[in-house]
Write a protein that binds this ligand. Structure first.
Ligand SMILES: [Zn+2]
Length: 75
């Protein structure tokens, strides 16, 4: 009887270890490092210069863009 209980305990521990191992396998190689987005960012096309800017950097790029700046036309 004790032998059966011991085997059951061993099986339980092995099962727990297997579950942990599978969880590590899943989250290991597929998880991207922090600060890195796997999906490419949407590009916004500038109406005046025609360059393509990542959506999150549109404001910064346009601030430095001569052709996009306010009050500067022609040239
Ligand atoms: Zn521009």
């Amino acid at each position: 009887m004790i032998r059966i209980l011991f085997l059951a305990l061993l099986a339980f521990i092995a099962w727990q270890l297997l579950r942990r191992w599978f969880a590590q396998q899943r989250s290991g190689p597929q998880a991207p490092p922090p600060g890195f987005s796997a999906e490419p960012e949407a590009l916004v096309r500038c109406e005046r210069c025609g360059i393509r800017i990542p959506a999150s950097q549109v404001a910064a790029v346009r601030a430095n863009c001569r052709q996009c700046g306010d009050g500067q036309q022609g040239g």
